[in-house]
Design a protein around this ligand. Structure first.
Ligand code: IMP
Length: 186
């Protein structure tokens, strides 16, 4: 698939190094820096937003050195010019998050509609704490304000990326790096 890529933005080595760093920061925040608020001291719940965050989640969980439970949520963004930011829940969490420490694991925050939809929905369930971790952030594309607690990389240009979980028309998620697709493959 390498020949279909215009440019590699983040190599496998760069991604793996950054993910390990974020894992260390998250571990220390929840272990000693006061991020954990669950009065029963139960493990952190990491919520993977399917499908894009699946690779990031798998590596990040191995980089986290504190007890953690997983859950999964599937969201579809079907925004158009007539209904921008329309977001739909395809699969909800399997467990209650009330009173628990929750960490959302996202692939990329673009307009911010998806992350805000998730945040509104999950805060209504009264978690003890709520944080968001995204691998990529495109701040200049933002249409709704959303604060992120952990960001892997910022994309300062208006680029559509594929790889490491992120797709174009459902494909290229299995690349171990993040790249730009050549125009003839779009
Ligand atoms: P938002 O609601 O506009 O913030 O969009 C978030 C979702 O759009 C992400 O979780 C991705 O699934 C998708 N997305 C946004 N930008 C890209 C990209 O450059 N490549 C692949 N998917 C993207």
């Amino acid at each position: 698939m390498r020949e279909r890529m215009e440019r590699i933005l983040f190599t496998e080595e760069t991604i793996q190094r950054r993910v390990k760093d974020i894992g260390k920061v998250i571990s220390s925040d929840y272990q000693t820096a006061g991020a954990a608020k669950d009065i029963e001291c139960r493990p952190l719940i990491a919520v993977c937003i399917l499908q894009g965050a699946m690779m990031f989640m798998a590596d990040l969980m191995r980089a986290i050195e504190i007890p953690v439970e997983y859950d999964f949520m599937s969201i579809s963004s079907y925004g158009s010019s007539t209904s921008p930011g329309a977001v739909r829940l395809l699969q909800d969490l399997s467990h209650s998050i009330t009173g628990r420490d929750v960490l959302i694991v996202e692939d990329i925050v673009d307009t911010g509609f998806t992350a805000n939809y998730i945040k509104r929905g999950l805060l209504a369930r009264n978690p003890a704490s709520f944080r968001i971790c995204t691998l990529l952030d495109k701040p200049f594309r933002r249409e709704e304000t959303i604060e992120m607690d952990y960001v892997g990389f910022f994309l300062e240009e208006d680029l559509f990326v594929v790889g490491y979980g992120m797709d174009y028309a459902g494909v290229y998620r299995n690349l171990s790096y993040i790249a730009l697709l050549k125009p003839e493959y779009k």
